[in-house]
Design a protein around this ligand. Structure first.
Ligand code: GDP
Length: 361
């Protein structure tokens, strides 16, 4: 499955956040036999539609989609030069599908900042610089050879041009992601073989003080710093406390801070979106469940997420949109009212499709 790597300077609250991520009980409650790597935090993506489905179908359990966060220790200045844990750090980021930077905004005299002062802007620059330098090194290693080859193999010229353009962007101190060059784009595809770090989607978690959680002007300022990446604001310490409370107490604490939901819920949702994922839904008396697929997945690919045999033997998918199901109140009614569609192999799944697959075994 796809993963989001968590990075950040020392003492910004990564471990505190990560502990909260690993303690959330989605997995413990629903997948008691799952083995999870110690450096992976699996978080449920909150999905109120599951509550509705469970009511309609009388489902015993509700299983949300999940997002995997990986704790990537060891960013230090000079990581791109292989200092200290630098090489391992870069290798771990290369394996992640998105990069989540934790940025310190909270003030606390008892917690030392590596640079002596709290400055989100500086911290973001410090981390991005290491990632940018690593990408420039990669490019400098391959570009001369590519340029040489392209003199004979003319079809390589577009790739050389893409690499040269990427180099120019990086030399301006910008990530490729912020310049709109990501995996899915034409430019991104031409750069694919280089496994660059900054074409990965970024998201930013600002670890803020309680009063900053509701300071819209402050938050807008930070959002501008990181656009087009998403910014999430939370207080890691409070998140780790929320995890220990029951639902009612947690809600009370959240409301006292002007919040409607834990920051982790928002982080999971934004993380899921950043990875380019979407869900479809299944429901029955046993469980109501959100399954994870890539945006653009076809019906057989979606079936394959449940079981490879479902994909191999795929015949049709019976689909009712979530909205139609809620309106009609049951699958039988939806069928009677012509709201249930039979879709074939070419069908591209839509978010909120409630599905039953027909397949040969
Ligand atoms: P890491 O080095 O980035 O993993 O940072 P830690 O999670 O170990 O946090 C460093 C210190 O900052 C610890 O003493 C935490 O208790 C403290 N800390 C983490 N988050 C917050 C926060 O939101 N507010 C305050 N005041 N302290 C925090």
């Amino acid at each position: 499955s796809l993963t989001i790597g968590i990075v950040g300077l020392p003492n910004v609250g990564k471990s505190t956040l990560f502990n909260a991520l690993t303690k959330n009980d989605v997995l413990a409650a629903n997948y008691p036999f799952a083995t999870i790597e110690p450096n992976v935090g699996v978080v449920g993506v909150p999905d109120p539609r599951l509550d509705t489905l469970a009511e309609i179908f009388g489902s015993q359990r509700k299983l949300p989609a999940t997002v995997d966060f990986v704790d990537i220790a060891g960013i230090v200045r000079g990581a791109s030069e292989g200092e200290g844990l630098g090489n391992k750090f870069l290798a771990n980021i290369r394996e992640s599908d998105a990069i989540c930077q934790v940025i310190r905004a909270f003030q606390d005299e008892n917690v030392v900042h590596v640079d002596g002062k709290v400055s989100p802007k500086n911290d973001i620059e410090t981390i991005n610089t290491e990632l940018i330098l690593a990408d420039l090194q990669t490019i400098e290693k391959v570009l001369p050879r590519l340029q040489k080859e392209s003199r004979i193999q003319k079809d390589k010229q577009v790739q050389v041009k893409a690499v040269e353009e990427a180099k120019a962007i990086l030399e301006e101190g910008r990530t490729l992601f912020s310049a709109g060059i990501t995996k899915g784009t034409e430019q991104g595809l031409l750069l694919h073989d280089l496994h660059l770090l900054t074409t990965k989607p970024f998201l930013y978690v600002f670890n803020v003080d309680e009063d900053e959680l509701v300071d819209e002007a402050f938050k807008d300022e930070q959002r501008k710093l990181v656009a087009p990446a998403e910014a999430i604001f939370l207080n890691a310490k409070i998140e780790s406390e929320l995890i220990e409370l029951d639902d009612e107490e947690a809600l009370e604490l959240l409301q006292s801070m002007g919040q409607e939901e834990p920051g982790l819920a928002n982080l999971a949702r934004v993380g899921f979106e950043t990875l380019g994922l979407q869900t479809y839904l299944t429901a029955g008396p046993k469980e109501a469940r959100a399954w994870t697929i890539k945006k653009g997945a076809t019906a057989p690919e979606a079936a394959g997420v449940i079981h490879t045999d479902f994909q191999k033997g795929f015949i049709k998918a019976e689909i009712v949109s979530f909205a139609d199901l809620v309106e009609t109140g049951s699958i039988l009614e939806a069928r009677a009212k012509g709201k249930a569609r039979m879709e074939g192999k070419e069908y591209v799944m839509q978010d909120g499709d409630v599905v039953e697959f027909r397949f040969n075994v």
